[in-house]
Ligand binder design. Structure first.
Ligand code: C2E
Ligand code: CA
Ligand code: CA
Length: 545
């Protein structure tokens, strides 16, 4: 600013020191006026213009003296006006330059803020977090202090976003952030590091109690539901925790280990996991598993198992539930709970569901060709179920395989319906229009509104196995099972009990009026070859008298 004002003042000085065109014009006009006035006065006074007459006129005429001063007046006036103008112009330029400088500083600040902060939540982003982590590590090294690095992942956020829309998703994020901000201190960093991932960096006294305290604080935040418009959303988060210097002495190791802990927490459906060396055994496997699952789908490393269902009234096997397994070349036989939740999170669930549909329908076609009239129940994950392409995809597949649609049941969980009831209803209608049946799986574990269950084109409810397995020991479970049976029947639905592990439970369920049984007592899920061996022998077992 100083140099600028110096330059401008200098310009004004130059203006003052130079003859400006206004001064020249003024002076010229004044000279012309003097000449003309002198000539005219000379002629009027002496009747003739000559040098001696002109000199006499100039000497005697006082009015001309005033006129003679004019060139100096004009010269001064011209110079003065120009200086004033130059000065005003320079102050104007100085003001504008100052404004521009302020604007540039503001823009630079904004650009720096945008580069280091998240636009939706205004929280520090990964870049700034890494910078702070590096600094925190340096200062913790000097002070011999410990740091906790937490990565928090919102469970099922993608589904919320997909079903409620991005606008509502963003609003939910903001609400989560507000609660998290209430939890962190000024000296701690809360950052957004992914679409539904947050990180918290804090200095701690390194002991288990302390870490547990942090975890409890996080859990408290998610205890009350969030509200978006009139919807009340129960949201949970999984947290992976790594401690400096215990779990790593540099930034990259700490971040990687917190991520390993998070992926273990997610996969084991735990609220939180603190990193430990044992996790490493699994983590490379866990981290590469998704790539392998993609390959497994393409290379047909998946297998369908079938678990029979018995009609309690006719005592006949009426159908099977198709349950997928993965024959992993290194890790052996893997149950769906080990890979389906991860497939749902990564989007691999779609190709997986298509694989299951193709194989289940192809198998059903073969049974029908052999006159084995088995109903086949296929599980649809909430993610797949709420995919609007699904009805067309299924209808297209049905035309590929020669299976009557009334021999196909789709099992969907209550959560599929809660997320977007109108879409769920629309998809359900499209499927049932084509003769397919719908069963509500794991019934009793969600929050189904009984009112809308009445309006859904559902043909059966499956009582969740957690109620069935313990119903003889636990009175509450017993009451729940009876209530579901009664409710189902009042709504003209068939009631299936799954997880029947012993004869006593089977007999009790029959007495309670249950329609269909499924469980280890009848048969474990088996491969097609074993099913074909089991089917003719099933009567020998006198399943339920
Ligand atoms: P689900 O749909 O509730 O399936 C029933 C689960 O209970 C099966 O476990 C079955 O093996 C098990 N089960 C059956 N009878 C008994 C019993 O008497 N006692 C006990 N304790 N358990 C019994 P599985 O095969 O491990 O499947 C677990 C879950 O994985 C399934 O739960 C389902 O949600 C999911 N799943 C399985 N196959 C598929 C699939 O093809 N697609 C999708 N989206 N999900 C699948
Ligand atoms: Ca099921
Ligand atoms: Ca179930």
């Amino acid at each position: 600013m100083d140099t600028l004002s110096k330059t401008l003042n200098q310009n004004v000085k130059i203006m003052k020191s130079r003859v400006t065109k206004y001064a020249i014009y003024g002076t010229l006009i004044a000279f012309i006026a003097i000449i003309l006035a002198t000539l005219l006065s000379c002629y009027v006074q002496y009747g003739e213009i000559s040098l001696s007459n002109i000199l006499e006129t100039q000497k005697n005429n006082a009015t001309l003296w005033i006129l003679d001063v004019m060139p100096f007046v004009f010269a001064f006036w011209g110079q003065y006006t120009s200086s004033i103008m130059a000065y005003e112009a320079s102050t104007m330029i100085m003001d504008q330059t100052a404004d521009l400088k302020d604007l540039t500083v503001a823009l630079e600040y904004k650009a720096a803020h945008e580069a280091t902060h998240d636009a939706i939540t205004a929280l520090p982003n990964r870049l700034l977090l890494m910078d702070r982590l590096e600094q925190a590590i340096q200062s913790a090294l000097r002070q011999k202090a410990s740091l906790a690095f937490l990565i928090l992942d919102i469970d099922g956020f993608k589904e919320i976003n997909d079903t409620l829309g991005h606008y509502s998703g963003d609003r939910l994020l903001k609400q989560i952030v507000t609660r998290l901000q209430g939890m962190v201190r000024k000296s701690e960093t809360l950052a957004r590091v992914g679409a539904d991932e947050f990180a918290i960096l804090m200095q701690i006294e390194s002991n288990n109690e302390n870490i547990l305290h942090i975890v409890k604080k996080i859990q408290k935040i998610f205890k009350n539901p969030f509200s978006i418009d009139s919807l009340s959303l129960e949201v949970q988060a999984s947290t992976g925790i790594a401690i400096f210097p215990e779990h790593g002495k540099d930034m990259d190791t700490i971040v990687q280990r917190a991520n390993i802990a998070l992926s273990v927490a997610k996969q084991d459906s735990k609220k939180y996991t603190v990193y430990s060396k044992q996790l490493d055994k699994n983590s490379p496997h866990r981290l590469t598993m998704m790539g392998e699952l993609r390959q497994a789908i393409e290379n047909d490393e998946l297998v369908l198992y079938f678990q029979p269902q018995i009609n309690l009234h006719t005592r006949k096997v009426i159908g099977v539930e198709a349950l997928v397994r993965w024959e992993h070349p290194e890790h052996g036989f893997m149950a769906p709970d080990e890979f389906i939740p991860m497939a749902e999170r990564t989007g691999l669930i779609k190709p997986l569901s298509i694989w299951v549909l193709n194989h289940a329908l192809s198998q059903a076609e073969k049974w029908h060709a052999q006159n084995i009239k088995l109903n086949i129940a296929i599980n649809l994950s909430p993610v797949t179920y709420l995919d609007t392409e699904l009805p067309n995809l299924i209808i297209g597949m049905l035309s590929l395989y020669n299976v009557p649609p009334n021999f196909i049941t789709f099992e969907i969980t209550e959560s599929s319906m809660i997320k977007d009831p109108s879409l769920a209803m629309e998809i359900m209608n499209r499927l049932t229009e084509n003769g397919i049946k719908i069963s509500i799986d794991d019934f009793g574990t969600g929050y189904s509104s009984l009112a809308y269950l009445k309006n859904l084109p559902v043909s059966e409810v499956k009582i969740d196995k957690s109620f069935v397995t313990d119903m003889l020991k636990n009175d509450n479970d017993n009451v729940i099972v009876q209530s579901i049976i009664d409710l189902g029947h009042n709504l003209s639905l068939k009631v299936v009990a799954e997880g029947v592990e012993d004869k006593e439970t089977a007999i009790t369920l029959k007495k309670m009026g249950c329609d269909i049984l499924q469980g280890y007592y009848i048969s474990r899920p088996v491969c097609n070859d074993d099913l074909l061996i089991w089917l003719p022998k099933k009567r020998d077992k006198k399943i339920v008298k």
